[in-house]
Design a protein around this ligand. Structure first.
Ligand code: ADP
Ligand code: ZN
Ligand code: ZN
Length: 730
């Protein structure tokens, strides 16, 4: 047999698959096996992507693999990894790296193997020798006696009987014991819990109806490795905030397990949504593998094997969990499906929601996406199930829009009043400002110098607590200035308020109530779960932070939600600006009024008449989606068309623009028009130029872009440019 092997190398130029001859011990290697293969004078790690009876190469040119590794990947995942590589204009090695055991990478590092340890077992001959008092050394006898009936780890046996490893080996040679290597039980990963109690509750009528619809679809799905592929439409669980979507997910996973199928639950980021992940662990215990961002490589690897062996049947994790190594997948859930974190930012720039669609269709699994603010894409393409009411029957909180024109300081008068009421009543509030740090830029009052990042065309943000100014695009940091280096003036003005400054302002306003800040600065230091738990356990207080505070948290006693600068997102030139703004406001509003005291929401904006805000204030997701879909259809934007972004970059100015222009020329001669090149702001010390391709046809457009980029990248004259292709940019 011939194995077609894709080498796991980061080099874009080395493109397989290459043929290798399978013989002898490697005869049973199949698709998904990992091999060490000779390649010229090197050895490479590779994945078998196909097997064939014969090769086009003459037999004398065919090499044999050097070894097979223990890890093998389900065949369907090999296909999925290769699909990702094609769909997102990446390399097969990078696509395959997504589906391999964690730590395998693109072959640069050594793959981990399961740790093996020796186990000792008594043989019948050993038993007889003990019984009959055969001649043997005292150490050997002690070891045999210590071993007794049950197998024991060799290290433990040596310790207990006080003998050396060599004693065990001589017992083995005499046939009195057997020494075998066995895979160690993997270590379990732990996940921090935030009030994750998940008692089995009776479903509300809405939940019951939703679950029934899901169960019906699960029943239609073919059996594991079944013959029929329904390829049914994905389901969209559109439930208002607090409608009990998580309980429906839990039941659906249980139903899939009952049918003997595994399930994947995608969540935005476990660190940000510890409650949801905790509920799954609580309900399904050891059967859950949690792919947490804080896991060590080793723990990830162990979880991968628990799934691969079928010990874990449910995988809960962020976007990469869509590649969980199940070969009997029945259900994929995408929780908070509107969340931007489902898109990977590095190559391959895949969208886990699109990968989930593909995987579900290929493996005959049901895809269930859920949100209170679904994307226009899923609204159009999925079959919708509604949860129109909150579980407790409470109304969604009233939302008040206030204009900030003429207001000095970050808080509107109405907001101050509302916060004061929270203080007097000893209640809880959540305040969202999507800007971290103290001030978002500094300028010199005498010479007007502005502090900018040396690597990017953006201003540096002041973080007062640590006395640094830092760039939020590349991480550049320097000491906060005391004086202007240009003119020596000590009068430095701070503009714009971030979460750090707001925290102090709120502390003064609501004292003695505690204020808890949650943004990525705090998250890095204290951990998100810790902050959320402190806020949860406090009797009263204010949680202030970036969009992190608007994720699906469930705190029953929050009576006030506030969004500051709600239309900041609308000021970005991005076709998703409306969608983002709507989702952010609606999600934050959903955190308020989940308890007996009810709640309310104040939204501050420069332009409170903006349509996205008005829809959010009315909790009118349907109205918003309808208007948004109409707008997108007119403009040919997703989901009514496909977008591809090509970004060329270079250290010196010039090559990036030349490269983008060349790509546009190649594309236009292939009959695919591209918009641009448009310069982007310099980022991470690279000048950038962008092309945008918009087309109703997906596959041929992706193919045309790939061909054009490959062609231009191969030209010597563009050697100084780098290329990044983003299909379905977010
Ligand atoms: P969503 O994700 O839709 O915003 P959650 O799943 O967080 O809502 O549920 C909100 C709250 O309602 C949670 O505290 C949950 O435990 C509770 N809950 C869910 N279903 C029920 C039910 N059938 N009966 C009582 N409480 C429920
Ligand atoms: Zn100055
Ligand atoms: Zn920078």
């Amino acid at each position: 047999m011939i194995a077609k092997v894709e080498p796991l190398t980061p080099a874009r130029s080395l493109r397989g698959p290459f043929d290798y001859l399978l013989a002898g011990a490697l005869e049973d290697v199949g698709v998904g096996s990992m091999l060490v293969v000779p390649f010229g004078r090197r050895r490479l790690l590779g994945v078998v992507v196909d097997v064939a009876p014969e090769s086009e190469l003459p037999p004398e040119r065919l090499a044999e693999p050097i070894a097979a590794l223990e890890a093998d990947v389900p065949q369907s995942l090999v296909a999925l990894g290769l699909w990702v590589a094609r769909e997102y204009v990446s390399t097969p090695a990078r696509g395959l790296a997504l589906v391999l055991p964690p730590g395998t990478g693109t072959g640069a590092g050594r793959p981990l193997r399961p740790k093996r340890s020796l186990r000792a077992t008594m043989t019948p001959a050993g038993e007889a020798a003990l019984r009959e008092g055969a001649r043997m050394g005292a150490k050997q006898r002690a070891a045999l006696e210590a071993l007794g009936g049950a197998p024991l780890g060799a290290a433990a046996l040596a310790r207990r009987s006080g003998c050396a490893h060599s004693t065990l080996r001589s017992l083995e040679r005499r046939g009195l014991i057997r020494l075998e290597s066995a895979t160690e039980a993997p270590r379990r990963a732990r996940i921090e819990r935030v009030r994750a109690s998940a008692p089995t509750v009776a479903l509300t009528p809405d939940q019951a109806a939703a679950f029934e619809a899901i169960e019906t679809r699960l029943a239609e799905a073919p059996d594991a490795r079944g013959a029929t592929r329904t390829g049914g439409r994905p389901l969209l669980l559109h439930g208002v905030t607090g409608s009990g979507k998580t309980e429906v997910y839990l039941r659906s996973v249980a139903a899939a397990l009952e049918r003997g199928r595994s399930a994947i639950v995608l969540v935005p980021e476990i660190a940000l949504t510890p409650q949801t992940a905790g509920r799954f662990v609580e309900r399904f215990g050891e059967r859950v593998a949690v792919m947490h961002s804080r896991l060590s490589q080793r723990e990830r690897y162990d979880e991968w094997w628990r799934m691969r062996r079928g010990e874990a049947r449910v995988c809960v994790g962020p976007r990469s969990a869509v590649f969980a190594p199940f070969d009997d997948l029945g259900l994929i859930i995408v929780d908070e499906e509107h969340d931007g974190s489902y898109k990977q930012e590095g190559d391959p720039r895949y969208d886990a929601r699109a990968v989930a669609e593909r995987r579900a269709a290929d493996e005959g699994a049901l895809l269930l996406a859920g949100s209170a603010t679904p994307r226009p894409e899923s609204m159009l393409g999925y079959e919708r199930i509604r949860l129109p009411r909150r579980v407790d029957g409470r109304h969604l909180p009233p939302v008040e829009l206030v204009g900030m024109a003429g207001t000095a300081g970050p808080l509107h008068e109405r907001t101050r009043e509302a916060l004061d009421q929270v203080r007097r009543a000893g209640e809880k509030a959540i305040v969202l400002l999507n800007r971290r740090g103290w001030s978002n830029f500094l300028s010199c009052r005498s010479c007007a110098r502005v502090w900018e990042c040396p690597n990017c065309d953006v201003t540096l943000v002041l973080h007062r607590a640590v006395e640094v100014v830092s760039c939020h695009h590349c991480g550049h940091r320097e000491h906060a200035p005391r004086a202007c280096p240009d003119c020596g003036s000590v009068s430095v003005a701070r503009h714009g308020a971030g979460t750090e400054q707001l925290e102090q302002e709120l502390e003064e306003l609501v004292a003695p109530l505690p204020v808890f800040r949650l943004d990525s600065d705090v998250a890095a230091a204290a951990g998100v779960a810790t902050v959320l738990r402190r806020f949860d356990e406090a009797d009263a207080g204010v949680l202030v932070g970036t969009q992190m505070v608007a994720k699906g948290h469930d705190f029953p006693d929050v009576t006030l939600g506030v969004v500051l600068d709600a239309d900041a997102t609308l000021r970005f030139p991005d076709f998703r600006a409306e969608e983002r703004t709507f989702a952010l406001v609606a999600q934050l509003a959903g955190r308020s009024g989940r308890g007996e005291r009810g709640g309310r929401v104040i939204v501050q904006a420069l332009d409170p008449a903006a349509e996205a805000l008005r829809f959010a204030a009315r909790h009118d997701a349907d109205g918003f989606l309808e208007a948004e879909l109409r707008r997108r259809e007119l403009l040919g934007y997703p989901p009514h068309g496909h977008l591809i972004r090509v970004v060329c970059s270079s250290v010196e100015p010039g090559p990036e623009l030349d490269a983008a222009t060349a790509i546009r020329a190649v594309m236009s001669s292939a009959g695919v028009p591209a918009l641009g090149p448009a310069p982007l702001f310099r980022r991470q010390a690279r000048h950038r130029a962008q092309l945008v391709i918009r087309s109703p046809q997906r596959a041929p457009t992706i193919a045309a872009v790939r061909a054009a980029v490959e062609q231009v990248a191969a030209r010597r004259e563009h050697g100084h440019a780098s290329f990044a292709v983003d299909v379905d940019p977010q």
